[in-house]
Design a protein around this ligand. Structure first.
Ligand code: B12
Length: 330
C-alpha cells in the first residue's frame, strides 16, 4: 500500500502524558487550542475509541529528493516545506489505512478500529516510537535510523489483540545539537522541547493573526512551514526519497517566485494549491506570509512594485504585513 514501515504497540502512553501536560501547562501550544481541549483522550487511546488495546503505526516517506537548501538560498523565491509540495497527506494516508483495515476485515471478519493521520487527539510520535518506527529526536520529530525523518505518521486504533513490536528505547542524537543551533527563531528551547509559539512552522501555518514582529526577519523566505531542523540533521543523509508520486512537487511549488505568487488572486491561489495542505491556510494568510518574505528579500523595483500593489488590500492583516515589508526596504 505504499507504506514504508509498519509497527504495532499497546495503548499505554503513561510515560508520555506528564510531559505532554507540562508542555500544555507552559502554554507552548500557543493558539492551537485543539491541543488542549480533548484532555486525557489524547494519552488514553481507549477513551478516544472505545475498546482500543493496540495501535498499528505506519510511516510513509515524503522526501522529494530535490535541492531544498538551494531554495532557501534564493531570496527571490519562497521556501515551502517539503511535506507540503505535493498532495495533502492527511487524506492520502487515511485512505490507505482504511484500505488496510478493509483487507484485515476481509481476512478475519468484523473488528473495532478507527484510522488517523494528524486528524484527531492522537500522540502520533510517542506511539510510533513505542511501535519501533524510530526515536523522537532533539527537534522533536521522529527519526528512523535507516530513513531519516522526512516521513508522515498514521495510525489504526484497534481492539485486536495483535502481537506488539519492540519499542525504540534509545535515542541516537548523542551530543549533536545541529537542529537546536540552526533554528532561526531558537524554538527548540531545550533538547526534545519545541515552544511552538517561536516556531516558524507555527507562525506560517497555524497562527491566524499577525506574525509577531520579532520573528519576521528570521522567517527569511520561508512562506509555508520550516524544515531547517531536519535539513541539518545528519540522519537525513540516509533519507529515503518518497516512492509516492502524489507527494512530488506540483505547480512548481518548490520554486515559487515571490513577487509572482504574491500576485495570485484568491482563485489562482486555490487552483495552484488544490489538493495541497497549503490550501488550508487560505489566501489571506498566504499573502501575509509572502509579504514578510518580500520584506526580507533584497530590494528591487519588482519587489517594491509587488508590495505596493497590495498596499490597499481589504484585509488589515495583509495591509499591516505589507507596510512592515515596505518599511524594511525604506
Ligand atoms: C502540534 C503539531 C505541530 C506544532 C508543534 C510541534 C511540536 N513539536 O509539537 C507545530 C505547528 C510547530 C508543528 C511543526 C511541524 N510539524 Co507537526 N504536528 C503537530 C501534531 C498535530 C501534534 C504534536 C504534539 O503532540 N505536540 C505536543 C508536544 C508536547 O509533543 P512533542 O514536541 O512531540 O514532545 C514530546 C517529546 O518531545 C517529549 N518531551 C517533552 N519534553 C521533554 C523533555 C525531555 C527532557 C525529554 C527527554 C522528552 C520530552 O514528550 C512530549 C510529549 O509527547 C502532530 C500530529 C499528531 N497528532 O501527533 C504533527 C506532526 C508532529 N508534525 C509533523 C511535521 C512533519 C511537522 C513539521 C516538520 C512541518 C514543517 N516542515 O513545517 C514541523 C516540525 C517542527 C518541529 N521541530 O517540531 C509530523 C512529524 C513526522 C515525524 N517524522 O515526526 C506529525 C507527526 C504529523 C504527521 N502525521 O506526520 N507541528
Amino acid at each position: 500500500m505504499g507504506f514504508d514501515q509498519l509497527g504495532i504497540t499497546d495503548a499505554d502512553l503513561s510515560d508520555t502524558s506528564d510531559k505532554f501536560q507540562q508542555w500544555l501547562a507552559q502554554g507552548f501550544h500557543g493558539e492551537m487550542d485543539y491541543m488542549g481541549i480533548h484532555g486525557d483522550k489524547r494519552w488514553r487511546p481507549e477513551k478516544l475509541v472505545d475498546g482500543t488495546i493496540r495501535v498499528i503505526c505506519v510511516r510513509i516517506n515524503y522526501w522529494p529528493n530535490d535541492e531544498a537548501e538551494a531554495q532557501l538560498d534564493h531570496p527571490e523565491n519562497g521556501y515551502v516545506s517539503r511535506y507540503a509540495l505535493g498532495r495533502d497527506y492527511h487524506k492520502l494516508v487515511r485512505k490507505r489505512l482504511q484500505k488496510l483495515a478493509d483487507q484485515i476485515q476481509a481476512a478475519i471478519g468484523k473488528f473495532g478500529y478507527r484510522v488517523f493521520c494528524d486528524s484527531a487527539p492522537v500522540l502520533e510520535k510517542p506511539l510510533a516510537e513505542k511501535a519501533g518506527l524510530g526515536w523522537i529526536g532533539k527537534h522533536t520529530n521522529l527519526i528512523n535510523q535507516q530513513s531519516g525523518s522526512w516521513f508522515f505518521l498514521g495510525e489504526i486504533y484497534t481492539d485486536l489483540p495483535l502481537p506488539i513490536d519492540t519499542p525504540i528505547t534509545d535515542e541516537h542524537c548523542g551530543s549533536c545539537t545541529r537542529c537546536i543551533d540552526v533554528c532561526p527563531t531558537q524554538a527548540i528551547i531545550q533538547p526534545f522541547v519545541v515552544d511552538a509559539r517561536k516556531c516558524i512552522s507555527y507562525h506560517t501555518i497555524e497562527l491566524k493573526g499577525s506574525i509577531p514582529v520579532e520573528y519576521r526577519k528570521a522567517m527569511g523566505n520561508r512562506i509555508y512551514g520550516c524544515d531547517d531542523c531536519q535539513l541539518v540533521c545528519p540522519w537525513n543523509k540516509f533519507a529515503s526519497p518518497t516512492r509516492e508520486i502524489d507527494f512530488l512537487p506540483r505547480n512548481n511549488l518548490n520554486e515559487l517566485n515571490l513577487s509572482q505568487s504574491f500576485q495570485w488572486d484568491k482563485k489562482t491561489f486555490e487552483s495552484k494549491t488544490e489538493g495541497s495542505a497549503i490550501r488550508r491556510i487560505g489566501h489571506e494568510r498566504w499573502l501575509r506570509n509572502l509579504a514578510v518574505a518580500l520584506g526580507n528579500s533584497p530590494k528591487s523595483k519588482t519587489i517594491i512594485k509587488a508590495l505596493k500593489s497590495r498596499q490597499d488590500h481589504q484585509s488589515m492583516l495583509v495591509k499591516e504585513h505589507v507596510d512592515w515589508a515596505l518599511e524594511q526596504h525604506r
